[in-house]
Structures are given as C-alpha cells and as structure tokens.
Design a protein around this ligand. Structure first.
Ligand code: HEM
Length: 276
C-alpha cells in the first residue's frame, strides 16, 4: 500500500498547528464583525451631531458624561477628535490584520497604517487628557487602568513604526498586533461587560457608579487578556511549541470566542442599537 492510500485510510492524529490557525481565524472573523458593528454605532451616533453643531454636538449625547463642558474648548476638541478618530481605529484595525489586504493592496495598507497610528496616538493623548480633567464613569481605579492602556497604545505605536521604518517586518507585525489589542481594549471592555451581564445577570457590576469587582477586573482585563492570548499565540507558532500547549491554547480560544460572540450580540442589542 503506498503512502497516499495510507494517509486517506488511517485516522489522522490531532493536528494542533491547524487547530491553532482555525481557532485564531474564527476568532478574528467574529471580532472583525463585532468591530464593524461598533464602527456603525460610532458613525451613526457621533458623526451627524458633530457635523451639524461642531464641538457642541456632543452636548446632546446623554451617555457621554465626559463629552462636553461649557467653556473648555481644548477638552471639547479632544473629545470630538476622540470619537471621530475612533472610527479609523475601530474600522481600520481589523483591515490591517488581513494578510490578503497586505499582499494585494500594499499602498492601501501603508496609508491605512499611517492613519491608524495617527488616530490611535491622538485618541490616546486626548483620552488621557479627558480622563484626568473631567469626571467620567467609574473611580480612580478606572482612571488608572484606562490610562495604562493609553500609555501601552503609545509605546506599541512607537515600536510598530520604529520597526517598519528599519525594515524589520516580522517585529513590526508583532508590535502592530499588540497595538491592535491595546487600541481595541475599549471594544473588548464593552463586549466583555455585556457578555458577562448576559451570563451572570450583572454580578459584580454596579451600573449606577460603574464600580464593583467585575468592573475592577475588567479595568485591566480589557487589555491584559487579549495581550496575554496574543503572546500565547506567538508561542504556539514557534517550531518547538508542543501540542499540549497548542491544544490548551485552542480550548481557551474556543471558550473566549464563544464568550466574545455572546458579548457582541449583547452589546449590539443592549448598548449600541438603542442609542442609534
Ligand atoms: C485608541 C483607542 C480608543 C478608542 C477607539 C476609543 C473610543 C471611544 C469611544 C467610541 C467613545 C464614546 C463612548 C461610547 O459611546 O461608547 C470613547 C469615550 C471616551 N474615551 Fe475612549 N477610546 C480609545 C482610547 C481611550 C483611552 C486610552 C482613554 C483614556 C486614557 C479614553 C478615554 C475616554 C473617555 C474619558 C471617554 C468619554 C467617556 C465619558 O463621557 O464618560 N479612551 N472612547
């Protein structure tokens, strides 16, 4: 019996490497869909009032307590830039990670990359300004944890740019993926919050003050969990990675992807659609 016949008749062993790729691709497709829904919300909720009334356009948005302050032009500019540029970060991030786009439309990838970096950096600096000059939801813990995210975005953006300018494409891709995780932390937060509320009825969340054990965990979890999973993925891609490490990664990814899908549905139905 030759090898070809053998390979079709014998049961195949678990191909951990393929399973890792499949788990990550499924996660990415669902995450990209969730980003598209958040992008739709951003375009529908923030762009029309700002186009109509300029800086004071945010005044009418009740769910944005740190959105507008009478007389604080700098802060209002930061807030308007923040929500407008969020469209580039949320819409552009997934597109930058699609290999076919990078391969077949390199000029588009380069221009979107520059716009994404600029939007993420300005959005973070503006966010840091807003979080420390205006009272928003949550407490000091929320201010500190989201500020750490702001600093991570700046560091990762710098590293992604530095490496691509030096022609180190493998390192550039890694830093760009870290940047995506940190810049999308605000999206992970909303999805995890709503997913958790759906599954547990809101255990550990005080909706009035936006405090509570789960909210505190989410403060750091919004970027630490995605970043940790990304580093684990990098380990799984190494040639010497063992099948056990890969199988554990796949199982964790499956659970997180199911949780994320529930969260996307809950955030769309309970948070984004009702405000449009
Ligand atoms: C670069 C990635 C980021 C994106 C895409 C983003 C996106 C957004 C969006 C869409 C909103 C409107 C809220 C909503 O309707 O759900 C918002 C609000 C806000 N963001 Fe960000 N954000 C980012 C990073 C940050 C960072 C790093 C900080 C702070 C250090 C921050 C601070 C704020 C604040 C203070 C508000 C106003 C919340 C309020 O009115 O209570 N953001 N952001």
């Amino acid at each position: 019996m030759n090898d070809a016949v053998l390979s079709t008749t014998l049961p195949r062993p678990f191909d951990a490497r393929r399973a890792v790729n499949l788990a990550v691709t499924s996660w990415f497709v669902i995450a990209a869909l969730g980003h598209a829904l958040f992008l739709f919300y951003i375009l529908a909720v923030f762009y029309p009032p700002i186009a109509q009334s300029g800086l004071s356009g945010l005044q009418s948005l009740e769910h944005l307590p740190a959105g507008f302050r009478e007389g604080d032009t700098l802060g209002n500019l930061a807030a308007v830039a923040h929500v407008l540029l969020a469209a580039i970060v949320i819409g552009g991030g997934p597109l930058q990670l699609i290999p076919a786009v990078r391969k077949h439309a390199p000029t588009f990838h380069r221009w979107l990359g520059r716009s994404y970096l600029m939007a993420a950096v300005i959005g973070s600096v503006g966010g840091l300004y807003m979080i420390w000059t205006r009272h928003s939801l949550g407490n000091l813990w929320s201010q500190v944890t989201i500020s750490i995210d702001g600093v991570l975005i700046l560091v990762f953006a710098f590293q992604a740019l530095r490496n691509v300018l030096a022609g180190r494409i493998v390192a550039h891709r890694r830093w760009a993926m870290r940047l995506f995780m940190a810049a999308s932390a605000v999206w992970f937060l909303r999805v995890a919050l709503m997913g958790w509320a759906t599954l547990t009825g809101g255990w550990g969340i005080d909706w009035e003050t936006f405090t509570g054990p789960f909210v505190y965990a989410l403060g750091v979890g919004q970027y630490l969990v995605p970043l940790a999973m990304l580093e684990w993925y990098f380990i799984c891609k190494r040639r010497e990675a063992g099948p056990l490490v890969q199988a554990a990664f796949v199982s964790t990814m499956v659970l997180l992807t199911v949780f994320m899908a529930i969260g996307i549905f809950a955030a769309t139905m309970g948070m984004w659609l009702p405000r449009i």
